[in-house]
Design a binder for this molecule. Structure first.
Ligand code: C2E
Ligand code: MG
Ligand code: MG
Length: 659
């Protein structure tokens, strides 16, 4: 080979090698560059994912509202994470559908799609459904090619979505929903990024769990489940913060507590579900009435609270409006029309108090006064009421002491059989032997015993004492003598409606060994006007056990004849107010005659109470009354005196010779 050729060949070869080397190094650097670029992108994406975690955690720490938190979390994923769409779906346990609860980005995509957890449906086989069902992360790197995405493929393509991942939101071992993230790039989710997003889903799960628990606690603490109104706690809190912004110089706020009249009767007559609807309707009316210038709450059962800014309006005008709202339009419940009325107690800021709890307590005090006056009554708090209440509280305290110190005593007043002229039995009447004030009659303390709830215990004592009297007094051994004791209306409601009380009463009588026929319960006629069917059933059980039932103060109430007919009572006690006018007052004479006719017709015995004179006795005897009771024979006496009275009793002292 020619040296020049060799040279040129060498040159060419070396050129080629050089070129090759240059080319090689070029491509080496290009690849490196590309790799570097990719690595940079990956690092950027990982950084963004870290940033997402950071921002969402920050959100969780500050969040007070779950919906807002979830909304913001999806926003952060899209904006900080650089995704096209993020949504959080929760599994509806009823339908198995996964329903969006929060979303950000291309949210229109969600409008047309349906996702289920059910594997037998095509829309249950996608990443979201599978992630929820299998509690694992599902990544779809190419939406257009993945068969799992078939039901949503077209829609996704329309929105330019190319890859997606679904991450389960697991709470207490159960997938309650999923976090779903979409990207407009293919294969956008790297392993590192997915691991970080999994952490985001975990944080969201924690937040949902924690906040739902908190919401539940708050719901229980502050809200009424039935009506959706706030409860007593929430009302107090509302009022306390509201009063702070009021000016006691010129603002007025009405605090009103309202109790539906005879709600128990409504509940009994219509059944509890309809009773609930009545409460809901009242709640709605109050809510509307309170509007923006106040707040309505349900305190419990049929009691509601209302706070209203009344500015310079007359409170009476406001109350009248409210009253009309409640009672003017009957409540319609498929077919039934129910008219309701309410009793109301009121206190006004600032006149009656500056603090929420004080105003509420005072409005309550006014309510109980209103209720005492009957139905549909309104009562404003006043200083006199406060004084009265103070005395009541003091008296209730004293009564508790009295019970503990055994200061109650039973007095006995005889009843005389007009046919045989012998002692038919006694009525046991309670007295309070006060250490300083002396003997106090029942009218002065029984209402307080009833209000304080002590009547139940005192009532038990009365019965046991009456039984003891029969057992221990030798003169009472005469088996014809019946001892009666009184059970007041409220006492009956509280005591006899306690489950098991009647059984307990029957057992006590049995255990005492006293013939139940020798015991009689006196209930007032008013009892029959309330819950009549139930009352009759209860009285019937007592009657079946052998005890007598007597209707006290008969003629003062409005018993329907139907109820009287069904009543297991053996005796009607003619009220002393009718006996008082005998024999001269025409009206009284007519009333007593009518009662006697009624009693005879129904086959019941009669006892006339309050007999004070011989004329009254003669008259009643002629009319055919069975028994009499009154000062003419004897006042109610303590046990010892009573025993002596029985021993000394001579009919001729009181009666005339028989013809
Ligand atoms: P009541 O059951 O109608 O008792 C009759 C009341 O009339 C008694 O009053 C008695 O002292 C009085 N009285 C008897 N004879 C005459 C008379 O000739 N003239 C006049 N003006 N009054 C006469 P008291 O003892 O003050 O009892 C009042 C009411 O207190 C009773 O009316 C009864 O409803 C209630 N009460 C008494 N003891 C008890 C009890 O242990 N438990 C309950 N729940 N209530 C009781
Ligand atoms: Mg009585
Ligand atoms: Mg009476």
């Amino acid at each position: 080979m020619e040296p020049s050729l060799v040279l040129s060949t060498l040159k060419a070869v070396s050129k080629a090698v050089l070129l090759d080397m240059i080319l090689e190094s070029y491509s080496y650097f290009a690849v490196r560059e590309k790799r570097l670029g990719e690595a940079k992108k990956t690092i950027e994406r990982v950084n963004r994912a870290f940033q997402v975690i950071h921002e969402i955690n920050d959100l969780i720490v500050r969040a007070t509202d779950l919906n807002k938190l979830l909304d913001n979390a999806t926003r952060i994923i899209v904006e900080t994470g650089g995704f096209a769409l993020a949504w959080i779906g929760m599994v509806d346990p009823q339908t198995g559908l996964i329903l969006p609860r929060a979303a950000h980005g291309l949210t229109d995509y969600l409008k047309g799609i349906k996702v289920s957890i059910d594997p037998s449906l095509p829309e249950g086989q996608g990443p979201t459904g599978t992630a929820a069902r299998e509690k694992k992360v599902i990544v779809v790197q190419a939406i257009g090619e993945d068969p799992r995405f078939l039901p949503w493929k077209e829609m996704a393509q329309r929105f330019g979505l190319r890859s997606a991942s679904a991450l389960p939101i697991v709470i207490a071992g159960e997938a309650k929903g999923t976090l779903n993230i979409y990207s407009t790039r293919y294969a956008s989710f790297t392993d590192t990024e997915v691991a970080l997003l999994e952490e985001v889903a975990g944080d969201i799960a924690y937040a949902i769990d924690h906040m739902e628990k908190e919401e539940e606690v708050e719901r229980l603490l502050f809200w009424d489940g039935l009506t959706g109104l706030g409860n007593h706690n929430r009302f107090t809190a509302y009022l306390a913060s509201h009063l702070q912004i009021l000016n006691s110089e010129k603002d007025h706020c009405l605090v009103l507590i309202l109790d539906i009249d005879r709600f128990r009767v409504i509940n009994h007559a219509l059944g509890v579900p309809k009773g609930d609807l009545v409460l809901k309707e009242i709640a709605n009316r109050l809510k509307v009435f309170a509007g923006d210038s106040g707040d309505a709450a349900r305190f419990g059962a049929d009691e509601f609270g209302l706070a209203l800014d009344i500015c310079n309006k007359n409170p009476l005008t406001v109350i009248e409006e409210l009253r009309r709202l409640i009672s003017l339009h009957p409540i319609r419940l498929d077919g039934d029309e129910i008219s309701v009325s309410a009793s109301m107690g009121l206190a006004v800021f600032p006149e009656d108090g500056l603090q929420a709890s004080q105003l509420i307590e005072r409005a309550k005090m006014a309510l109980s006064e209103a209720k005492k006056q009957g139905e549909d009554q309104i009562c404003f708090y006043s200083h006199e009421l406060f004084e009265k209440n103070l005395k009541k509280v003091e008296l209730e305290r004293e009564l508790k002491e009295a019970l503990k110190n055994r200061e109650f005593v039973l007095f006995f007043q005889p009843k005389i059989d007009l046919l045989t002229r012998e002692i038919a039995g006694f009525e046991a009447l309670i007295r309070w032997q006060h250490p300083e004030k002396g003997l106090i009659p029942p009218g002065e303390f029984i209402p307080f015993l009833e209000e304080s709830g002590l009547m139940v215990e005192v009532g038990k004592w009365v019965m046991e004492e009456a039984i003891r009297h029969i057992k221990e007094s030798p003169v009472c051994k005469d088996s014809r003598m019946v001892i009666s004791f009184n059970v007041s209306l409220k006492q009956f409601e509280k005591q006899f409606e306690q489950p098991g009380f009647i059984q307990e009463l029957i057992e006590t009588v049995k255990a005492s060994g006293v013939d139940p026929k020798r015991l009689q319960i006196e209930v007032t006629e008013g009892l029959l006007m309330k819950n009549t069917r139930e009352t009759i059933e209860k009285l019937a059980r007592i009657h079946e056990a052998g005890l007598g039932i007597s209707i006290d103060d008969f003629g003062t109430g409005y018993s329907s004849l139907q109820y009287l007919k069904d009543l297991p009572a053996s005796t009607l006690k003619i009220d002393y107010s009718f006996v008082k006018g005998l024999p001269d007052e025409r009206d009284d004479v007519e009333i007593v005659k009518t009662i006697l006719l009624l009693a005879q017709g129904l086959g019941k015995k009669t006892v006339a109470e309050g007999v004070e004179t011989r004329e009254q006795l003669v008259f009643l005897a002629e009319l055919g009354v069975n028994e009499v009771q009154g000062f003419y024979f004897a006042r109610p006496m303590p046990k010892g005196e009573c025993i002596k009275w029985i021993e000394d009793y001579r009919p001729e002292t009181y009666f005339w010779p028989r013809r």
